[in-house]
Design a protein around this ligand. Sequence first.
Ligand code: C2O
Ligand code: CU
Length: 466
Amino acid sequence: MTRLDRRVLLKGSAALAGAFALGGGLAATRSLAQPTPLQLKAAPAKAQLGPDGAMSDILTYSADGIVADAPAIIRMQRGQPFAARLINGLSEPTTVHWHGLRIPNAMDGVPELTQPYVYPGDGFDYAFTPPDAGTFWYHPHCNTLSQMGHGLAGMIIVEDPADPVFDAELPLLLRDWRLGKDGAFLSDFKPRDAAKGGTYGTVRTANWKREPSYALPAGGLVRLRIATVDVTRLYTLGIEGAEAVIVALDSNPLPLPVALDRLDLGPGQRVDLVLRMPDSEGTTVALKNLRGSSPFTIASFTATGASLKRSISDVPALAPNPIAMPDLSAATRIPLLLSATAEHAATPSICGSLGYTFWAINRIPWPGDTPDPIAPTAELTLGKSYILEITNRTPHAHPIHLHGLSFHVLSASKHERLPPPTDTILLQPDEQAELALVADNPGDWVFHCHIIEHQKTGMTGYFRVT
Ligand code: C2O
Ligand code: CU
């Protein structure tokens, strides 16, 4: 078979665009030149999530008035201005954080630190130009455990004109919901679990559906854009019934596609897989979570139509994002120690304290999303290089996420393969890692564990870049 060039893929995908317009969400593509702000409304909605058909009162984002019982997918173009007006239709303050996007600090969505609270009925205008292409997501940064837990999360796809075009593309947002049998939400968390791995949901979904099934082109190459947006669950992803390669992790391309075996992903992380669908119509493929003692199927895919006869070895590498290379010889080292802390009641904070402290960074537990603004964890000089020496001295894994800056993983003691540059590193118990970055984006940049109960019970800090 010939090299799968961009034109062949484009043709294939145009023919299939109608049949495989996928995503289970709404796609809002913004115009390039003068962006009309996307109307992004956070509001209550109903969704059928429970096993017995019971309806649940969830929170959802709607884009330009389209309310779906599925995550809203926002498309942006790399290097092109984007604008959105957040409209708060909730009964409490909220904000939007654009997870993974390296944008100006004032657009980062952290209340008190980077912007005021957006009160019920009010709005906030976000406007920025995404510098990187890839798969990102967005969520509130206010009363986060409750707001995300009840449904506020969506995907961002930043497209690049140079992106290869595949036969189909499928966004998948993976998460659980803490629901009782009647479809009503259970308490957001249990303190005893927050002090361990976090509190799990009871209903597991992809795109807000239990084990959904998608028709995909037989023999075709399909880009799966997967974001794990649960507040707690760690996934070990695997594909059964087809070959797949990893092309990007946390929005950043691998230098060459790597065959997928099992991949650990923590809350907040993303992977772009290219799946080669089986040739014969009707064959199904399963996306699995292989973690733990009871693996489960997350979603399944059924081969449809005559085989397109693609080859997985023709999947091209994606173009890298322009992330600065740190000057290691001149870099300043910053030690960061993650530990459990003596349990005590946290200082109340209006934007969602859970009322407990279980975790600390450099022995200081933060009470919430909004640490004292005069005391950053470290002050960084704009343009200088840094190496974060991070140590996880706990028996739990922690996906540590940094806002506004991407870092290079120089070493990670429990990683078999080092990931490409990223905004989130999943640290295993007792793992040590060295993360290098150029402090090239000024502002106050929060970093925290993305197991939200850990974030909200102490495992939060921020860097001030001036
Ligand atoms: Cu997904 Cu503080 O972020
Ligand atoms: Cu954690």
